[in-house]
Design a protein around this ligand. Structure first.
Ligand code: ATP
Ligand code: MG
Length: 392
């Protein structure tokens, strides 16, 4: 079957009123960007409907896969386009469409005609009944069901004829760019790419930060995070990944602070640096992949203690999820295989045997005073020497 167009369906509009246009404009822009590499497409908007029309040949699977990654799209209907408005031609087009798509088993059906072109001489109701009858004559696996048909055959009469019946599920959510920007703390693990995906799905543009600890962590570990940023960017659009050299800060903490507090203190400095980079890059929030109780640094007490250093909101979309639920999402979005590659990250190298699980903020702050001489310079150095990699 040759589909010359796609009808794009969207369910949720971020906020109402004037913002509807902002939403639709952004959705169209995102759709164009996602399909640009696969052919020449134009977008036509009519009465709150979006048609994507192919002006050149293209690969069907590629385009569907690309459209399924656009947040804000709830469904995609491939459309067969006919040039002739002659009633007989439309009738034949309907029969060959049904035969090609629904020849496998018995189906109930209903025809639903819409005349966007009001000058068209045959009324919608008449079209429904005439074409319905003709289909019954031509296809012996069909039965009419006007209430709950298996196949709703939509026919739209415009300057051409549009025919569609299938809807492929889209990614849902809101178009990226309709809801500000946030800084994702992206490690090489399973959780943070999922967290980024989930926030981008609500229309938020992403930047990302990775804390690297060479030579304790390898080039491969860094490359893995770049790869993960690229995988997330297939949904979110381009991500600028800020790579922070965190080694000296980690060494200072290791040297001067109690070892059972290493992770928590390290995480507090990560959050502080992430917030500073977020401010410098126009972000309104931070994102992490934390989930309550998953590890010592993610108990309620630990989360309160790391969150305490930030003034910006910290979004933790995985917070109430079980590990398996996070894994399921990462498999579905295609980050899992990369996340499980076995390259060490900076947290695993400086971990204590018995980390605190109920850190007390006052005690942690007292330990941090031991860094007073060096930490401001080290933080400034870390932020000033950040390496930016574009992932898209
Ligand atoms: P993930 O699977 O996302 O790595 P995790 O289960 O390994 O998470 P932690 O190592 O405790 O959990 O990290 C919690 C969160 O802190 C991560 O989800 C991520 O947002 C952030 N984070 C941890 N390490 C780094 C790092 N090296 N660079 C950037 N962010 C990090
Ligand atoms: Mg991790």
């Amino acid at each position: 079957m040759e589909y010359k167009a796609f009808l794009i369906k969207y369910a949720e509009i971020g906020t109402k009123g004037k913002n509807r246009y902002v939403f639709e404009d952004m959705l169209c822009r995102r759709i164009s960007e996602h399909v640009a590499a696969f052919g020449d497409f134009t977008i036509r908007r009519e009465y709150g409907r979006i048609f994507l029309e192919a002006q050149s040949g293209y690969d069907y699977e590629d385009v569907i896969t690309a459209l399924q990654k656009v947040f804000g799209v709830s469904g995609i209907s491939p459309v067969v386009v006919g040039e002739s408005l002659q009633f007989d031609d439309i009738r034949e087009m309907a029969v060959s469409y049904i035969k090609e798509c629904y020849d496998d088993k018995p189906h109930t059906f209903k025809v639903n005609t819409r005349r966007a072109n009001k000058a068209y001489p045959v009324k919608s109701m008449e079209m429904n009944s005439e074409i319905g009858h003709y289909l019954l004559e031509e296809c012996d696996n069909l039965k009419v069901d006007v209430h709950n048909p298996d196949v709703l055959l939509n026919i739209e009469i415009r300057n051409k004829v549009y025919l569609y019946s299938q809807t492929i599920k889209g990614a849902g959510g809101l178009p990226v760019g309709t809801n500000g920007r946030a800084m994702l703390l992206l490690s090489g693990g399973i959780d943070s790419p999922v967290a980024g995906y989930m926030i981008a799905k609500r229309g938020v543009e992403l930047e990302a930060v990775y804390f690297n600890a060479p030579p304790y962590t390898s080039e491969r570990a860094k490359q893995k995070v770049i790869d993960l940023a690229k995988l997330v960017s297939r949904y979110s659009g381009k991500i600028r990944l800020h790579i922070v050299n965190f080694t000296d800060i980690q060494l200072a903490i290791y040297e001067k602070c109690p070892h059972e507090e290493l992770t928590i203190i390290m995480r507090r400095y990560m959050m502080k640096i992430a917030e500073e980079l977020a401010k410098r890059n126009g972000c309104q929030a931070l994102i992490t992949g934390e989930s309550i109780g998953q590890v010592a640094s993610q108990t309620m007490h630990s989360l309160a203690c790391t969150g305490e250093v930030c003034n910006m909101p910290v979004f933790r979309p995985c917070i109430g999820m079980d590990k398996q639920e996070i894994v399921d999402i990462s498999e579905r979005i295609g980050t899992y295989e990369t996340s499980i590659q076995p390259y060490e990250d900076c947290c695993t190298i400086f971990v204590a045997k018995h980390p605190v699980t109920k850190p007390v903020i006052e005690i942690i702050k007292r330990s941090e005073t031991k860094l007073a001489d060096v930490i401001d310079d080290l933080m400034k150095e870390a932020v000033d020497t950040v390496e930016v990699v574009k992932a898209d």
